[in-house]
Design a protein around this ligand. Structure first.
Ligand code: HEC
Length: 122
């Protein structure tokens, strides 16, 4: 009896392990899209338009030091004005949007990925 129970436990753990292996193989096959670089026009501009240009318009408003309306503006701010640091910050005094809520992490991740992909325009 005791031996049977042990065998059952062993057998079911093996089945679970095998099940997991099979599932993750499938997941890998299914969930691997052909990697496509993010672009400013497709992926980044909508985020900036929705969250930043009330102040970072051209000319800028509310004390913002520069516009973020064009590809060149945003690229320059990523490279020289710590845009990614400002939107990722946990410090409300440093965070952008100024005086607002931190962007959802998936949107922050898009901008980080866009930078890693090489700041492509379109
Ligand atoms: C309510 C107005 C407002 C909004 C909305 C806003 N900003 Fe700002 N932003 C400012 C002000 C004011 C400053 C200057 C003070 C400072 O640096 O904290 C600034 C500064 C910055 C700087 C630093 C510029 C420099 O030269 O140091 C960056 C980068 C920036 N903002 C990016 C963004 C991004 C990206 C968004 C949208 C996610 C955004 N801001 C939304 C008002 C705003």
């Amino acid at each position: 009896m005791k031996r049977n129970l042990l065998q059952m436990i062993l057998l079911s753990s093996m089945m679970i392990l095998m099940g997991c292996t099979a599932a993750s193989e499938e997941d890998l096959i299914d969930a691997t899209p052909i990697p496509e670089a993010l672009t400013f026009n497709e992926d980044v501009k909508p985020i900036i338009d929705n969250n930043c240009i009330t102040c970072h318009s051209n000319p800028p408003q509310n004390g913002a030091p520069m516009p973020l309306v064009s590809y060149e503006n945003v690229k320059e701010a990523v490279q020289n004005r710590n845009l990614i640091g400002r939107i990722s910050s946990q410090n409300p005094a440093f965070l952008m949007p100024f005086g607002g809520q931190r962007l959802p992490q998936n949107l922050i991740d898009i901008i980080i990925q866009w930078n890693e992909d090489g700041l492509i325009e379109e």
